[in-house]
Design a protein. Structure first.
Length: 282
């Protein structure tokens, strides 16, 4: 346990570093060309077509039925619950179903919260990679937020930060237990990271859809680390951050099982926010 906790602290202090086709109704019966008196009564010839048409309409309507509404707010995806072995340290955990933001919180979304008087703009330009009010970076994840600012933002949206257990469950594809959100293949072309090409900052959220989770959640690996509510240990104030970032260049750094540790007062250019919420009750 002590060795695994020690590995979490490797990130401490690093924040200050730089860089169906439609159904056609059946054809009507052709008019009779017979001139003889033995022609069938009109009632026999005309009854078949209306009967077929009447039965076709409900069938077409059933095919086009509307799917049930999502129990999650717009912009969120439902992550089914389940149990798994979490690591490190290895332990059995059970996770209830929850809704997770499809994208990391963007600079523009955070700015809206600031304008509404519900969020703080303190020190949001802490690094060269700051995205808040940066031209052209409104759809990039907001960075330079400390733990309190992350908690406050999610609360202002009637949401919360994920726990470490929830986050890893979502990033591993739930019961699939993959190494990465997309599966077990290496991150090439699937993440905003420096393993393909060295990067100097964040990417637009959702820029690598090939790396989405089974629920369509973007950037659970790479782009920016994401605050969770979980403490690194019971005595300390440090919190677990998850997901790796644009700075990482090794596949292991983006694995769903890799935690990071950050002091609650830390702020940097590769740590941001993603919120979760409880699904609506049926």
């Amino acid at each position: 346990m002590r060795s695994s906790l020690a590995s979490l602290t490797l990130l401490l202090g690093a924040c200050s570093a730089a860089p169906a086709e439609p159904i056609s109704p059946p054809a009507a019966a052709p008019p009779s060309t017979s001139t003889g008196a033995a022609a069938p009564p009109p009632s026999v010839a005309t009854a078949a077509a209306p009967t077929a048409s009447a039965s076709a309409a409900p069938t077409a309507s059933a095919v086009a039925s509307t799917p049930p509404a999502s129990p999650c707010p717009a912009g969120m995806a439902l992550v089914p619950g389940g149990a798994y072995t979490m690591s490190p340290p290895r332990r059995e955990v059970t996770v209830a179903p929850f809704c997770m933001d499809v994208s990391e919180t963007t600079a523009d979304e955070y700015a809206t919260c600031v304008k509404g008087g519900k969020c703080s703009a303190d020190n949001l330009k802490c690094a060269a990679q700051a995205t808040y009010q940066a031209p052209g970076l409104g759809n990039h994840p907001v960075v330079c937020v400390d733990f309190e600012q992350a908690v406050t933002y999610c609360g202002a949206q009637s949401k919360r930060l994920a726990s470490d257990e929830e986050w890893e469950w979502a990033a591993r594809g739930g019961s699939a237990g993959h190494a990465y959100p997309w599966g077990d293949d290496k991150p090439t072309g699937k993440a905003c990271w420096s393993g393909d090409t060295p990067l100097v900052g964040t990417c637009a959220v959702g820029a690598t859809p090939a790396g989405d989770s089974p629920q369509g959640i973007h950037d659970l690996a790479g782009n920016v680390f994401e605050w969770t509510t979980s403490r690194i240990d019971k005595a300390g104030l440090d919190r677990v951050g998850r997901g790796g970032s644009w700075r990482d260049g090794t596949p292991e750094a983006l694995k769903a099982s890799r935690p990071g540790g950050f002091k609650v007062t830390y702020r940097c250019g590769f740590l941001g926010i993603r919120c979760v919420a409880a699904p609506a009750k049926p």
